[in-house]
Design a protein around this ligand. Sequence first.
Ligand code: TGC
Ligand code: FAD
Length: 389
Amino acid sequence: MALNPYDLYDVRSLLSEEERAVQDTVARFTDERVLPIIGECFDEGRFPTELIPEIAGLGLLGATLPAEYGGSELNYVSYGLICQELERGDSGLRSFASVQSSLCMYPIFAYGSEEQKKRWLPDMAAGKVIGCFGLTEPHGGSDPANMKTHAKRDGDDWILNGSKMWITNGNLADIAIVWAQTDDGIQGFVVEKDFAGFKAQLVKHKMSLRASVTSALFFDGVRVPEANRLPNVKGLKGPLGCLTQARYGITWGPIGAAIACLDEALEYSKERILFNRPVAATQSAQIKMADWARRITSAQLLSLQLGRLKDAGRMQPTQVSLAKWNNCRMAIDIAREARDLLGGAGITTEHSPIRHALNLESVITYEGTETVHQLVVGRELTGINAFGG
Ligand code: TGC
Ligand code: FAD
């Protein structure tokens, strides 16, 4: 029996019935609703906001949260599969879902008061309230401990000053989860878009993640009520805990992008006749594509085991770093090589590899650069912290 070229080890057989159903649902959504429009969205530099109600309707926002807060009560393997299938369409769609679910709903769920959870989570799951997550600042995102944005207590309120850079969903968002220094360490605040002194400004001229909104955020004496401070966490572990959630999903996403590239390259190279035979019949093309299948298969097994560890409550941040590094590197290399296999046709967005390759330049950078994740693994192995003092 012929093997599935996109799942050579039948990793799907390791999934539960519910996990398979989730994958099939999101795969159908990507095939029918995302793929027909996404090349044009990328060309136009437009995030397809019209898909938000459908994404929410499928239960993909806050999918792992309890039903009382609007969640779908799915496990983390299912969340990973959602990320994989969305990113098979485009990293921008997966980014939207990652930020909403892992970086905005998660901190409200994990660090928020009961009132905050009830106030925001159901509307966020329904796609009626969109969030963004402000951690990175213009002077250096890899070192968030050195943040300059600060909040000072003033009676019942806090006064927030500073700025954030490269914020996904920034201009789309109704609320921003903003991390700021306080006299008591780093704390998280829910900043509402109409608070006086808060401004979001689109980042233009992007060559990557063009079907995604990226913004700078500015806070000029923004008065934030105490009721909008996340009460149950202090210190860098607050935002880093959110990053662990999002990075976990990102280990799955690039598998989808890589599968999309393999799919296009297989199809194209079988049709393309050069020197009287299909390109797919040449040894070098076969070796290339076989190597992609090898790397995709390794990534699939890595993320599935990571998901099983997460669902068992045993996943460690260092394991997430290894998988984020491995799977982003795997996908960006495959996307670039697939672009090459398509020759000149590979340079247009009529075909997906160049779009995925350009997107993956962001994916390999955000949520911790490749170097940051390598150093996290290096620290685990050696017991020596290479991040400096
Ligand atoms: P360190 O000072 O040792 O630790 C501080 C506290 O945090 C805890 N911790 C973690 N907790 C949860 N998850 C993790 N991954 C954690 N890493 C550390 C730690 O136990 C400690 O707790 P406590 O109780 O002792 O205070 O911090 P570190 O030395 O580990 O951190 C250094 C470094 C470089 C790894 C960290 O700063 C880092 O990860 N930098 C990269 C920053 C980053 O990834 N930014 C991403 C911004 S958001 C984004 O990019 C969104 S893109 C979204 C999209 O569109 O999809
Ligand atoms: P820097 O931290 O300045 O790094 C510059 C270079 O130095 C990198 O190559 C890095 O690997 C290297 N480097 C860093 N430390 C070391 C070291 N110790 N040794 C050797 N080399 C090192 N942030 C948010 O908060 N929210 C978002 O929603 C968000 N969305 C994003 C969307 C996009 C499209 C992009 C591109 C970024 C987004 N980010 C977001 C920001 C992202 O997390 C940062 O870009 C990333 O963390 C790196 O920070 P930086 O860009 O300031 O680079």
